[in-house]
Design a protein around this ligand. Structure first.
Ligand SMILES: [Zn+2]
Length: 415
C-alpha cells in the first residue's frame, strides 16, 4: 500500500498546486505584509510568509515548506494552460478490443445503428456485442425502434429501454396512463425502464412543485417493473462536486467553468445528499424490483459507501458509465471492490464514442500506470489499471447484464 499512499500524496500535492493556480489572479504578489512575517522559519527567503495550522496560503503562493508559503519566480501559468509533460516511462498495453464480448447497458440513440453497417464494424472491432439504447421513449416510439431492430440483420446487437413521462405526476389520470404505457412498451419489446436525471432535478408534479425521486405517486411504476421482471436503470443527480461551491477547492473547477450549466447550486437544486437519500429510499421501498444505479450512483469516489449500499440493498447493481476516472485514480481499492462485488457491477459507457471505449478496456484489463484519461477537464489526475481477472471481466462485461436484463440475447456467449 506504500505505492498507493505515495500516489495519493502526489495527487494531493498536484491538486494543491492547481488550487493555487486557480486562486492566482495576476502576477506574483510582493509578499509584503503577509501573515506571520518575521517568525524566522521563512529562513529570510524573500517573499515567503508563514501561516498558522489550518490557514491557507495567500493567493499566488503555495505551501513550499510546512506552514511556509512561497511565491513563484515567474508568473504561474493558469489552470487552463498548465500541461506538464510526464517523464514516466512505463510499459504500455493499449487494448483496442475488449478481451471478452461486451454488453453496453448505457447508451442513447444507438438503436438507429441497425441501418449503419459501418457502425456494426466499429462495434465488432471493439468487441461490443450488444448496445442497450436507454432512450426508447414511450410505447409507440419503443415499437418503432424494436420493429426496426427486428427487421434488420442485426437483431441480436441492440435492445431498447422505455421511458416514463414524469411531469404531471400526482394529477388526475397520470398514474393509470403511465402504468398502461409502460406495460404496453414492454409488450412492444422494451427490456427495461430508464429514468433520466431530470427526475429529482427538474420534473414537476401536477401542482408545479418539484417531483421527488421517492414521491409515492411513482410507487406503482417501480412495482410494475418488479412484476414484469424488467430492471430499472436510474440516473439521479450529478457528481457530488457539481453541487459544491465552485471555488479553488472544487476538483471539477475546470469542467464547471468550461460547462457552467453543469453547476448545480442550492438556489436551483436540492443538495446532493437529499437526492441520494430519495433514490436509495426507492431502492429499499421496492425490494422486488432490480435497480441499476447509473454512473455507480455517483459513489465511485467513495467505494466504502458503494460497498455499504450493495451490502444493505441486495436489489441494487452499479454501472460504470462516465466514472472511469474514479476507478483509475484508486486502482488498489477499485480492484478489490470489483473483485468482492463481481456479481453486482455492469459495464456502461453513456456516450458512444469508438475512440473512448479502449480507455475502459485498458483500466479494467491491464496493470498499466500513470496514463491519461480522454477528458483532461474531468480528471486532473492520471489513471492506473485495475488488472481484473478473466472471471471478473466476464461478469462485468456481459454475464451480470444477462442476469439483470433477461431480455438481452441469451445465447452465443462464452462460458
Ligand atoms: Zn445516460
Amino acid at each position: 500500500m506504500r505505492a498507493s499512499k505515495a500516489v495519493f500524496i502526489m495527487l494531493m500535492l498536484t491538486l494543491a498546486g492547481v488550487g493555487a493556480l486557480v486562486a492566482q489572479g495576476g502576477g506574483p504578489p510582493a509578499g509584503q505584509g503577509g501573515r506571520g512575517q518575521g517568525g524566522g522559519r521563512g529562513g529570510g527567503r524573500a517573499g515567503w510568509v508563514q501561516i498558522k495550522a489550518g490557514e491557507e496560503c495567500p493567493p499566488g503562493m503555495t505551501e513550499a515548506r510546512h506552514l511556509e508559503c512561497a511565491p513563484t519566480a515567474a508568473p504561474a501559468p493558469s489552470i487552463v494552460d498548465y500541461r506538464p509533460r510526464s517523464t514516466v516511462v512505463a510499459p504500455e498495453h493499449l487494448v483496442p478490443k475488449a478481451k471478452f464480448p461486451v454488453v453496453d447497458v448505457h447508451t442513447h440513440g444507438t438503436s438507429s445503428y441497425v441501418s449503419l453497417p459501418d457502425r456494426i464494424k466499429e462495434m465488432d472491432a471493439l468487441n461490443l456485442r450488444v448496445l442497450v439504447d436507454l432512450s426508447g421513449g414511450n410505447a409507440a416510439r419503443v415499437k418503432e425502434r424494436v420493429d426496426a431492430i427486428n427487421a434488420s440483420p442485426y437483431k441480436d446487437r441492440f435492445r431498447v429501454f422505455a421511458n416514463v413521462a414524469w411531469d404531471g405526476a400526482g394529477g388526475p389520470g397520470w398514474q393509470e396512463k403511465a402504468v398502461d404505457d409502460l406495460r404496453q412498451a414492454v409488450k412492444n419489446g422494451a427490456i427495461g425502464l430508464k429514468v433520466f436525471k431530470e427526475l429529482g432535478l427538474r420534473n414537476k408534479k401536477a401542482d408545479g412543485t418539484r417531483l421527488a425521486v421517492d414521491d409515492p405517486a411513482l410507487d406503482p411504476i417501480w412495482a410494475l417493473c418488479g412484476e414484469l421482471n424488467i430492471p430499472v436503470i436510474i440516473h439521479t443527480a450529478e457528481p457530488q462536486e457539481f453541487f459544491s461551491p465552485v471555488d479553488n477547492h472544487n476538483e471539477r473547477w475546470l469542467e464547471l467553468n468550461l460547462f457552467p450549466n453543469r453547476q448545480s447550486p442550492p438556489s436551483l437544486y436540492p443538495p446532493f445528499e437529499q437526492l441520494m437519500k430519495e433514490r436509495d429510499h426507492v431502492f429499499s421501498k421496492h425490494p422486488k424490483t432490480r435497480f441499476i444505479g447509473a454512473h455507480f450512483d455517483w459513489y465511485g469516489n467513495d467505494l466504502q459507501r458503494a460497498a455499504r449500499q450493495l451490502d444493505t440493498q441486495p436489489n441494487v447493481y452499479l454501472e460504470v458509465a462516465a466514472v472511469l476516472y474514479e476507478f483509475g485514480r484508486q486502482p488498489y481499492a477499485a480492484a478489490q471492490f470489483f473483485t468482492k462485488y463481481q456479481d453486482r457491477v455492469l459495464f456502461g459507457k453513456d456516450t458512444y464514442e469508438p475512440t473512448e471505449y479502449p480507455y475502459y478496456w485498458r483500466v479494467f484489463e491491464t496493470h498499466d500506470e500513470y496514463f491519461d484519461y480522454y477528458r483532461g477537464y474531468h480528471a486532473f489526475w492520471k489513471l492506473y489499471g485495475l488488472g481484473l481477472s478473466d472471471e471478473v471481466l466476464k461478469k462485468l462485461y456481459y454475464k451480470n447484464a444477462l442476469k439483470v436484463e433477461p431480455g438481452l440475447p441469451q445465447s452465443g456467449w462464452p462460458k
